[in-house]
Ligand binder design. Structure first.
Ligand SMILES: C=C(OP(=O)(O)O)C(=O)O
Ligand SMILES: [Mg+2]
Length: 433
């Protein structure tokens, strides 16, 4: 029988050494599966609530024993007997049981752990890989990854204000070649940093985190690394930035506190991005180029650059179907970042991806800066078929787990596997030309 028989939760550590949850769902027929919950640092204000214990004697108040107890008592009591293959009914029951609009009572970490563990158990029960179970039989598009090779902002203790500098090997013929191109570029970047006397220690997402002279220097260094590795910037490899500007926004201005201490009005921030994109035409996507609280800035940014590059909303949309629909109405962005734990259930996450598809928006599946070895987002990205994912660099195990999962999927799909690089390239090359 495919009904949920038992839920177990464990307080484990994430990649930053903070507690998080691992939830195991056991079905009546003995099939079981585990999901591990990620955790962000530069979180959006309207994300679903990650329940922490507030007991300062344990992990500085970051323990998740309350969330663990919710899984093993209240949630288990409610969902025992549910059909594991009816994800929508399960997720609705979880939301109803919580009863708050943002999962604050039971915790989005508890709820996502259950939702995802059951999704994994359902796939195992039907002897399907997770990507085929979450998507459909024809799910075969492996996304072009955004590899975060240089970290700043809240993810590194350095002089760079912008959080993520990423490379995407869109010109590769298949995923495994794309992975090779990215790894080679990462190694070339390391050699360049070493030669200049910069640190090659890495930040939270595995990108290098040196003390640089400006927020633009990373772009120069990465372009040099792509060439040094024998690849063509703007053709084989394109650049993506996530400056995570909600973290820079103070009293209506963008403050570059880690670098030159300059302040910019929303208009000046848009001028800055326009200049940067004019100068570096290899940049193909900008995530959170405006802050979550700067709605008019987001609208102006979309007007100014929305026909030219991908403008991805993360903190402002928080993978929330209702908030995302309103953002589309308001003319904000042309793509959404998709993070399971921002909303807390598999069903609502898939709904956001569907809204993006129906409205001609992009959808980029994403990890969090605090991760585990859980690889579900790789399968989710193939199931979604939207062609892009970001899951860090090639230097930390919790990120590599996802990149290696795509290698397994690529092999499993065999001749059916398609790599999304070419479609991303064609879509955005046209407007770059
Ligand atoms: C992955 C990100 O960081 P965090 O998980 O810290 O929100 C992001 O901002 O896109
Ligand atoms: Mg972001």
């Amino acid at each position: 029988m495919s009904e949920i028989a038992r839920l177990d939760a464990l307080e484990i550590l994430d990649s930053r050494g903070n507690p998080t949850l691992a939830v195991t769902a056991t079905l009546g027929n003995g099939v079981k599966a585990t999901a591990k919950v990620p955790s962000g640092a530069s979180t959006g204000k309207r994300e679903a609530v990650e329940l922490r214990d507030d007991d300062l004697a344990r992990y500085n108040g970051k323990g998740v024993l309350k969330a663990r107890a919710h899984v093993e008592t209240e949630i288990q009591n409610r969902v025992r007997g549910f059909d594991a293959n009816d994800q929508a009914a399960l997720d609705k029951a979880l939301c109803d049981l919580d009863g708050t609009p943002n999962k604050a009572r039971l915790g989005a970490n508890a709820i996502l752990g259950v939702s995802l563990a059951v999704a994994r158990a359902s796939a195992a029960d039907r002897s399907l890989p997770l990507y085929a179970s979450l998507g459909n039989e024809s799910a075969n598009l492996i996304p072009a990854p955004w590899f975060n090779v240089l970290n700043g902002g809240r993810h590194a203790n350095n002089s760079v204000d912008f959080q993520e500098f990423m490379i995407s090997p869109v010109g590769a013929p298949n995923y495994s070649e794309g992975l090779r191109v990215a790894a080679e570029t990462f190694h070339a970047l390391k050699a360049i940093l070493q030669k200049r006397g910069y640190s090659t220690a890495v930040g939270d997402e595995g990108g290098f985190a040196p003390q640089l002279k400006s927020n633009e220097e990373p772009v120069e260094l990465i372009l040099e690394a792509i060439l040094k590795a024998g690849h063509q910037p703007g053709i084989d490899v394109v650049l993506v930035l996530d400056p995570a500007t909600s973290e820079l926004f103070e009293d209506g201005e963008y403050v570059f506190a880690k670098s030159d201490k300059s302040r910019k009005s929303p208009e000046q921030m848009i001028e800055y991005w326009t200049r940067l994109l004019d100068q570096y035409r290899e940049i193909w996507a900008l995530e959170d180029g405006a802050a979550e609280d700067d709605r008019s800035g987001w609208q102006q940014l979309t007007k100014a650059l929305g026909n030219r590059i991908q403008l991805i909303g993360d903190d402002n949309f928080v993978t929330n179907p209702k908030i995302f629909r309103q953002g589309i109405k308001d003319g904000i962005a042309n793509g959404i970042l998709i993070k399971l734990n921002q909303i807390g259930t598999v069903t609502e996450t898939l709904e956001c991806i569907q809204i993006a598809r129906e409205n001609g928006y992009g959808a980029v599946i994403s990890h969090r800066s605090g991760e585990t070895d859980d690889t579900s987002i790789a399968d989710l990205a193939v199931a979604a078929g939207m062609g892009q994912i970001k899951t860090g660099s090639v230097s930390r195990g919790e990120r590599i787990a996802k990149y290696n999962r795509f290698l397994e999927i690529e092999r499993e799909l065999g001749a059916r596997a398609r790599y999304a690089g070419a479609s991303v390239y064609e879509r955005w090359q046209a407007v770059k030309a």
